[in-house]
Ligand binder design. Structure first.
Ligand code: G6P
Length: 313
């Protein structure tokens, strides 16, 4: 081991906030802030950043960090009485030193376990006792995997319900060069049309204006093709039937204090989520939601390959 960097290291990040850095021998890495339990960086083995974080992101409570992978829990968006996207993204998580075992691939050695639990303060706004365990793993090939395990620990016998999203901000070369595959022909709720339900028409999804849609009952695999970068992100998910696609475009970008005016050109959110049908847990029950991201150089970005093969392969 001498001379080799450890796979998991603890550092102070922006504003002295604690962060954990995961590395793999070939050079890929990931960073996780305890604030928000939020992944803020994922780099491939060429050390290229794959996630978008705004240059104006505010790393300071109570503001959530703008970019990376914020966790929306126990409420997605404004679909309920809580603050937008719930409170998990602006709470301090802890390192989970003794996580209950769950099946994993033994070749995955770069991982960190975080935990968020009920606090006296949060009981006032969401009167439920829970344990939220998050494992972030960087695979030997540079894949990024997030597993959330949420348990109802109420001792008053009461169930609780929640909605959830991994609000992933992908870094893209130019939004007008990007195509999303896997959501064609699906039904979606349009947040820009009072959450009315529509059916997606036509081919793969491309971008030329603001978009804020919740696609329903989506396949487990979605691809984001970046023609200019010749890179494809493949998103695989489990336990998360919905997928949000969001780009604020120019006007909304200008209205956000923690987002640069032109940054909308270089990001796209595709969010594995459970929104339409909230998850309900009885005391003692646990829910699991998994997201797996990979970034592959894409010769098939040229459109020469059948996208169905890409999605099913
Ligand atoms: O500004 P935030 O609270 O982080 O939300 C950013 C965006 O998140 C999701 O994608 C929602 O669908 C959007 O409606 C919202 O604007």
């Amino acid at each position: 081991m001498s001379g080799e960097k450890p796979l998991v290291e603890h550092f102070k990040g922006v504003n002295g906030l604690d962060k954990v850095v995961l590395r793999e021998v070939k050079g890929s890495s990931a960073e996780v802030y305890l604030y928000g339990g939020q992944v803020t960086s994922w780099k491939n083995d060429h050390r290229e950043e794959l996630l978008f974080v705004s240059s104006k992101a505010i790393f300071k409570p109570p503001k959530a960090i703008r970019g990376g992978i914020p966790i929306c829990f126990p409420q997605f968006s404004n679909n309920g009485p809580l603050e937008q996207h719930g409170f998990a993204r602006n709470r301090f998580w802890s390192i989970d030193t003794d996580p209950p075992p769950f099946p994993t691939n033994s070749s995955n050695k770069a991982f960190v376990d975080l935990i968020l639990k009920t606090s006296e303060e949060d009981l006032k706004i969401w009167p439920h006792s829970y344990e939220f365990r998050l494992r972030v793993t960087l695979g030997p090939g540079g894949d990024l995997m997030l597993t959330s395990r949420i348990r109802n620990t109420n001792n008053d016998g009461k169930p609780f319900s929640f909605t959830f999203a991994y609000h992933t901000y992908f870094s893209v070369s130019d939004i007008s060069e990007v195509r999303v595959e896997g959501l064609e022909t699906l039904d979606y709720l349009d947040n820009l049309e009072e959450k009315r339900r529509f059916t997606e028409q036509g081919d793969a999804i491309t971008f030329e204006s603001e978009v804020d849609k919740i696609y329903l009952s989506t396949p487990t695999k979605i691809a984001i093709l970046d023609h200019e970068k010749k890179r494809t992100f493949v998103l695989r998910k489990d336990g998360l039937p919905d997928a949000v696609v969001w780009n604020p475009w120019d006007k909304k970008a200008k209205a956000m204090a923690d987002f640069g005016d032109d940054e909308y050109k270089h990001m796209l959110c595709v969010e594995a989520a459970a929104i339409e049908k909230p998850i309900t847990l009885k005391p003692g029950e646990e829910w699991k939601g998994r997201l797996e991201l990979s970034a592959v150089p894409s010769s098939y970005c040229s459109g020469q390959l059948d996208p169905q093969r890409v999605l099913q392969g």
